[in-house]
Design a binder for this molecule. Structure first.
Ligand SMILES: Nc1ncnc2c1ncn2[C@@H]1O[C@H](COP(=O)(O)OP(=O)(O)OP(=O)(O)O)[C@@H](O)[C@H]1O
Length: 271
């Protein structure tokens, strides 16, 4: 085999897709607080990936830097082989984002929001209409499509945000706590949409505190604790010998055996 081809094969240039996300030496500090402490992360394409960690671990800060919403102090991020900070237009065309504390155009109706998002994404009007109708239908928002977003419930806001993030059929979808405030029926619907999406080769990266959800949805997990990645890999590998992801997680974050409120001897009891 000629040397160049050997190099290409070794480097994965032939046929093998780049990882969905590659993070190298990523840092973010807010004053004295180090939110993300030089993490390395490689998330393979075509997987359902969960980013988990206790409150304040740095998940939102990481996702914000990976999606181009927050500039890192140091480090590199590539999405689908493109540098997020050098090549933002290429990256933004390939990703969909449902951020934490989602800000939407409140004075548009759900339907108008999707029409506007689709046109911003450069899709032809007829295609936007078709996709919007299908998404509103599947996400059970057809009845509320002409209501203003300001009047949507928390779960409805998540669903219209998800529809807006999926409209241009991105390669990688980033979701910060997508199931928070969502009722079980809607959660099942969202789940179905996401499973179909990953089955077609796309990648979902989502953050969550709900281990049962991550365990049942994800095939790849990254665990973040105090600004560092404590474990990353296929779900079974990260879970190891532990009976559940929840137990493995508690072990990894060092929370096994922590005082579960026993010291609150004044709470409850006889009055
Ligand atoms: N804009 C900011 N200014 C100051 N500190 C911040 C800011 N954003 C995040 N932090 C701090 O950085 C750390 C990581 O926060 P981050 O929101 O990324 O955690 P998280 O893992 O998403 O937490 P949660 O699960 O509670 O949402 C926390 O200590 C937080 O207080």
């Amino acid at each position: 085999m000629p040397d160049q081809i050997k190099d290409d094969v070794a480097g994965g240039a032939l046929g093998e897709a780049p990882p969905a996300v590659r993070v190298e030496g990523l840092w973010k500090r807010f004053g004295e607080q180090i939110a993300v402490a030089g993490i390395d992360l490689t998330l393979p394409a075509g997987r359902f990936i969960g980013l988990v960690g206790p409150n304040g671990a740095g998940k939102t800060t990481t996702l914000s830097m990976v999606t181009g919403l927050l500039r890192p102090d140091q480090g590199r991020v590539e999405v689908a082989g493109h540098d997020v900070w050098r090549d933002p237009v290429e990256v933004k065309a390939r990703i969909g984002v449902l951020p934490e504390g989602l800000r939407l155009f409140e004075r548009l109706s759900g339907r108008e929001l999707l029409a506007y998002t689709g046109r911003l994404r450069g899709l032809p009007g007829a295609e936007v209409d078709k996709r919007a109708t299908q998404l509103l239908d599947v996400l059970d928002l057809a009845g509320a499509q002409h209501k203003l977003v300001v009047d949507y419930s928390t779960g409805m806001r998540k669903k219209i945000g998800l529809a807006a993030a999926l409209l241009h059929n991105p390669d990688v979808l980033f979701l910060d706590e997508p199931f928070e405030g969502v009722d079980p029926v809607s959660a099942q619907t969202i789940r179905g949409v996401l499973e179909r999406y990953t089955a077609s080769g796309a990648t979902v990266v989502f953050s969550s505190h709900v281990m049962e959800l991550v365990e049942s949805l994800c095939d790849w997990v990254a665990v973040m604790v105090a600004g560092r990645i404590r474990a990353q890999g296929p779900l079974a590998e990260v879970r190891g010998e532990a009976p559940s992801l929840q137990s493995a997680f508690l072990e990894l974050v060092g929370a096994h055996g922590r005082d579960a409120g026993e010291s609150l001897d004044w709470l409850g009891g006889a009055r």
